[in-house]
Each structure stands twice: as C-alpha cells, then as structure tokens.
Design a protein around this ligand. Structure first.
Ligand SMILES: [Zn+2]
Length: 341
C-alpha cells in the first residue's frame, strides 16, 4: 500500500505535469512579457579631444593652399589616416583655375565605408585653407591657419572615420562617405558689381560634374563648415532650406533633443554659396550646410569676426563645439543604420 501509493502519487503528479504542459502548449499565455524594442546600433561617443588634435595636426602642417608643399603633405596625411581607419580612399586630382588666373594642382579626397552598400549618406568638408587673411587689418597678403575655416570640418570627419572603424556598421544597413573638397576657399569676395559665386568651391564644382566613384549617388548629404569655434550658432541656411528642408528639420530636431538648442537654432540665415550648393545642383544629391554665423558677428557675410583673418587659429577652437557637432553626426549615422532616423 505504502509503495503502491507512492507510485500512484508519482503517476498522478506525472499526468498532472503532462496536462499542465499541454495546457501551456495549447493556449498562448495571455500576458507574454514584451521585449523592449532595442536600436540595432548604439551611438558611439564622439571624442572632442581627438577631433581637436586633428585640427591641431592640420594647422601644424602649415597653410593648405593648393599647389604648395604643405598642401601636398597634408593630403598625404589625410589619405593615410582614412586608410588607417579602414576606408576605401579615392583621390581625385584636378586643376583649380583661381580668380587671379593661376592654375593650381588640387585634390578632392573621398573616403568610403562599405563601398558596396546601396543605401548611402554623404558628409563633406573643405580641406584647403584660404590663401590670405584678406579680411584682417594686418598681414592681409599672408595665408591663414584656417583652424576653423576648413580644419574643424575635416577634423570631425576624421573622428567619424575613427569611430566607424571601432563601431562597424554592416554593409546591408548603410554605407558612409566622407568627402573632402579642395579649393573651396580661394574665391573672390564680391562687392555686388559682379557675380563671383563661381570663383568659390572649385573642388565641389569639379566633383559635382565628375562624380567619383563614377555613377555615385547618396540619399542625402551634410556639409560641415566652420563648426569648431567657441559658442557657434548654426541657423537654418537658405540653400539648405531650399534643397532639403526635411533633412534640416530632422537634424535640428535631433540636435535640440540631445540638448544642443543653443547651438542649433531655428533662425533663418541667408544663403551661403558653399560646397553643398554644387553637390545639390550638379550631382543631384540634396545636401545641407551646418555653418557658424554668430549673432552680431556683423561685417561682410556675417561670419565670425575671425573669418578670413589670422585669428582663425587654434585659440578659437573648442573641443566642446567639435564634440557637439560630431555627436549629432554620429547620431544621424547610427540612427540611419538602425532605420530610426
Ligand atoms: Zn572661408
């Protein structure tokens, strides 16, 4: 009896378990725990110090006036950095005919991540520096450092390249292109008597008409110009609002949501003839411009007081500004890769 009962109890227990299990199998649980929707890629931290060092390195080479030895040395370094970070690099040599008549050997540099990916986004900056501090009151014929005007945008793109290597994105999700234009800043300041707009942005004009790699296109583009000075103010630039108002709205909302409303302001700026104009009109890639135009900076085109003067040196560069712009760009990239942008 004792033993028999034990067996019986066991049988009862077993059949109960089977019954229980079959119940579980037959009826789906009513309150199944909901797994939170997780972004496919997390957004890496942009390193402001690293970007700052990239500005300093460019300035240390000397001016980046097309056709000079310091320009050539800088190009070699830029190409080697991008290669070190795992990018496929295309060098596009061309001749820039500048407004004073010289023909200067120039080079656009394209660094591609996931070059076979169908979905692509493009980031750009100009890597040349202006031939002279012609808005200064002294040494107006001497080349400037161009720490912010040129150097800052390039530095942010180099740090993005470093982050892309450390935090890879699968080719099926997204391809990223970092494009450095040459001969952007050798143009003529107009006095209104003639249209001088085509004397600027010679690298992007050339690339826009002769895209590399051949047949290249991208979903959209973002240009960075003068993004590294202290307390920059990025407003809604006129041409960007014409070419891609939706992207401007998304980027500015993203930046403001990240706590950077003092930097990314909802104020209309006039149109700036910058590389994005030629990428949009010649290459047909709708591109926007993130460019610093401080309130009350006043004179000429209304850029910072350091613009095209010898004050555009390392003293005005801010790690924080570089970090903020770079962090917003990384958010765009990794959200785009996760299809959440
Ligand atoms: Zn400039």
């Amino acid at each position: 009896m004792h033993i028999f009962s034990k067996v019986k109890i066991c049988l009862y227990a077993l059949s109960f378990s089977i019954l229980f299990l079959s119940c579980v199998d037959d009826k789906p649980p009513v309150d199944k725990p909901i797994t939170p929707v997780k972004a496919k890629y997390s957004i890496p931290k942009f390193d402001g110090q690293s970007a700052y060092d990239f500005v300093a390195k460019q300035v240390a080479f000397g001016h980046r006036l097309p056709g000079t030895e310091t320009h050539k040395k800088t190009a070699e370094w830029l190409v080697s950095q991008f290669k070190e970070y795992g990018a496929t690099v295309i060098e596009q040599d061309f001749t820039a005919k500048v407004y004073w008549g010289e023909e200067l050997p120039s080079k656009n540099i394209m660094a591609q991540f996931n070059p076979t990916a169908k979905k692509r986004i493009l980031f750009a900056a100009h890597w040349d520096s202006r031939f002279a501090g012609d808005k200064d009151i002294e040494r107006t014929d001497q080349p400037i450092d161009g720490a912010d005007d040129g150097g800052s945008g390039v530095a942010v793109l180099l740090e993005i390249a470093r982050q892309l290597q450390a935090n890879p994105i699968a080719a099926e999700d997204l391809g990223i292109d970092l494009l450095l234009f040459d001969a952007e800043d050798q143009g003529k300041d107009g006095d209104g008597s003639e249209d001088t707009s085509l004397t600027w942005c010679l690298g992007s004009q050339y690339w826009g008409k002769n895209v590399v790699p051949s047949g290249y296109s991208a979903k959209y583009g973002i240009l960075l110009d003068m993004v590294g000075s202290k307390n920059p103010r990025f407003g809604l630039e006129g041409y960007s609002m014409r070419f891609n108002p939706n992207l401007v709205s998304k980027v500015w909302k993203l930046a403001q949501g990240m706590g950077y409303s003092n930097y990314f302001v909802n104020e209309n700026l006039g149109g700036v003839t910058d590389d994005h104009v030629f990428v949009s009109t010649y290459a047909g890639i709708p591109m926007i411009d993130i460019i610093n135009k401080p309130t009350g900076s006043g004179e000429r085109a209304g850029f910072g007081t350091y613009h095209h003067t010898h004050d555009d040196n390392m003293d005005i560069i801010s790690k924080k500004s570089l970090r903020i712009v770079g962090q917003v760009m990384l958010a765009v990239i990794y959200k785009e890769a996760s299809s959440t942008f």
